[in-house]
Design a protein around this ligand. Structure first.
Ligand code: HEC
Length: 100
């Protein structure tokens, strides 16, 4: 599941056993996380590279996480200039799924 190089992305981006009725946006928080966040936080959010925190044990709720993503904190920069509010929202939602 970690390796999906040749066969993903072209179709059925919205499928994945997801039962939530949140089919409003095409952007997937998981996809953005893979592009922009894994370098420090790792695939599962636990890597904590360079002082990043383990996101699986984060106590932030969705709104709190969205605020950090938008405005940054310490070594983590702000993403509000490169991600849309909808993208930040779906990212924050995805982060909740990394928690135990
Ligand atoms: C350059 C490395 C780096 C990247 C890239 C990065 N982060 Fe971070 N992140 C950090 C660091 C460092 C902290 C801890 C900041 C602190 O100590 O206040 C952090 C903290 C966080 C927190 C706060 C968690 C908590 O419980 O306090 C969230 C949420 C978060 N990052 C999400 C993301 C998301 C989503 C992305 C991708 C858009 C991302 N980060 C990309 C380094 C990074």
């Amino acid at each position: 599941m970690a390796l999906c190089m040749a066969s993903c992305g072209s179709e059925n981006a919205g499928q994945g056993g997801n039962t939530q009725p949140a089919a409003t946006q095409a952007v997937s928080g998981k996809t953005i996380f893979g592009e922009k966040c894994v370098a420090c936080h790792g695939n599962d959010g636990k890597a904590a590279i360079g002082g990043a925190v383990d996101l699986s044990t984060s106590t932030l709720d969705k709104a709190g996480a969205a605020a950090i993503i938008a405005n940054g904190r310490k070594a983590m920069r702000a993403y509000k200039d490169e991600l849309t509010p909808a993208e930040i929202d779906s990212l924050a939602e995805y982060l909740q799924t990394l928690k135990k």
